[in-house]
Design a protein around this ligand. Sequence first.
Ligand SMILES: O=C(O)CCC(=O)C(=O)O
Length: 286
Amino acid sequence: MHKDYSVFSEPIVATIINSDSSQEYSLSAAQIADFQTDGFVVGQASISEDYIASLLHDLTDLLTPDHVGKELWHEYHINESTDPDTVLFHALGAWRLRQSFHDLLWHPAITTPAKQLLNASVRFWHDQLFCKPARHGGVVAWHQDYSYWTRSGPMNHLTCWIALENATIDNGCIHYIKGSHQWDLLPITGLAGGMDSIRDVLSDDQAIAFQTPTPIELEAGQIVFHHPLTVHGSFENRTSRSRKATVVNLISDGVTSQTNEPLLSGVPVIPKGEPIQGQFFPLLKG
Ligand SMILES: O=C(O)CCC(=O)C(=O)O
């Protein structure tokens, strides 16, 4: 059995906390205001090139079907779309398998803005990998993250999307519908099928907002933060460059379980009404 890094509730290599200490991690008041208006904001600090290289190195191994530790994933889909012409690799739990993904959770380029945007102590919810290969990369269909998370509440959640490779309009960068974080919760309409499945559940006004989505082009190491109701998605990758990203999903400390089922596959039950905490949900910033 492979070591499960989730037993460590702090960074294994403590330098991550002070890494790139020359950089300023905090969001400005103007950036916080943009987040409140638009439902997303690009952070001003990045993860260093060296750290991204170590994540990519480990990811290469995690993308091969027979890697060490594969029993630890909460979810692992080589292709979530099922169509070999539109491949979306999607997996939850990388922080348990590799030290680089474990320690990333504590990186101040993530936790400092997260504390500002959540306005609370920051607790880990789960991580995700979203990777699109060159030439036949698939979509991530329009959705709101909280539609997948109603087993936890209240809705004090935040998503941090980290580019592991340059993400451009051509290779399938994330797109947002500005202001959609003010909408009500929409039902789940699928993640990796047709990009536009969401249209069936939109009002006329909401449908109009889809005429002007905002693409977020990022260089490797940059981070974009979004609200749990902000509608987002990404288009196919037909370029000769892959598009790899990792996502850190966070909650405010004190968010509770809303179910008596396991919150993630392979994790012990946290009874309904109890705070989400423990080995699989460490506090990242008090
Ligand atoms: O990586 C992508 O294209 C989409 C990511 C996403 O949907 C998410 O972080 O919820």
